[in-house]
Write a protein that binds this ligand. Structure first.
Ligand SMILES: Nc1ncnc2c1ncn2[C@@H]1O[C@H](COP(=O)(O)OP(=O)(O)O)[C@@H](O)[C@H]1O
Ligand SMILES: [Mg+2]
Length: 153
């Protein structure tokens, strides 16, 4: 595990979709191969929206569906391959490896919705975003390695 002193924590309100897109842009600009971004939160918390905005910021112009049936959808963005996972329907943690999770992190970055299904398989360096509904918008608790601290500035 990373040392406690190396971990940053922040809480942001995302009052509207523009605020989510702004946070996504900050994450996208710092995302590199080997990074995992865990998107926690109940149905409707805004996980897919944030993942889609990250992919859009990275230059993806094609459709970005929720990968709830395929479990993983991979995007070849300029400069970075990004795998978008939705683990809601994962039957076992082992299935995550059959779906190429280790390779995804070797070849690029992974955005993971419903990480609750296999939390033990996330790398120690994972950036965690815990989304929840707050009034008409969303709120997010962020924890992760210090190198991500700027995204909440
Ligand atoms: N910051 C926000 N403010 C207002 N509505 C939002 C925000 N983020 C997401 N939403 C809306 O919440 C709904 C559910 O979002 P979605 O990303 O599909 O959730 P999840 O993937 O967590 O189930 C969508 O209609 C989306 O437009
Ligand atoms: Mg979703």
């Amino acid at each position: 595990m990373a040392q406690i002193s190396d971990v940053f924590r922040a809480e942001l309100t995302l009052p509207d979709l523009a605020a989510t897109a702004l946070l996504a842009g900050r994450i996208a600009s710092r995302l590199k191969a080997g990074d995992a971004v865990a998107l926690w939160g109940d149905l409707g918390a805004g996980k897919t929206t944030l993942a889609r905005d990250i992919l859009r910021s990275l230059g993806v112009t094609e459709d970005v569906p929720s990968p709830s049936f395929t479990i993983v959808q991979t995007y070849d963005t300029p400069g970075l391959i990004v795998a978008h996972y939705d683990l809601y329907r994962l039957k076992s943690a082992r299935e995550l490896f059959e779906l190429g999770f280790a390779e995804a992190l070797e070849d690029g970055a992974a955005l993971v919705e419903w990480p609750d299904r296999a939390p033990e398989h996330l790398p120690d360096t994972t950036l965690h975003l815990r989304l929840r509904i707050a009034d008409d918008g969303r709120a997010v608790k962020i924890t992760g390695p210090q190198r991500w601290a700027d995204i909440a500035a």
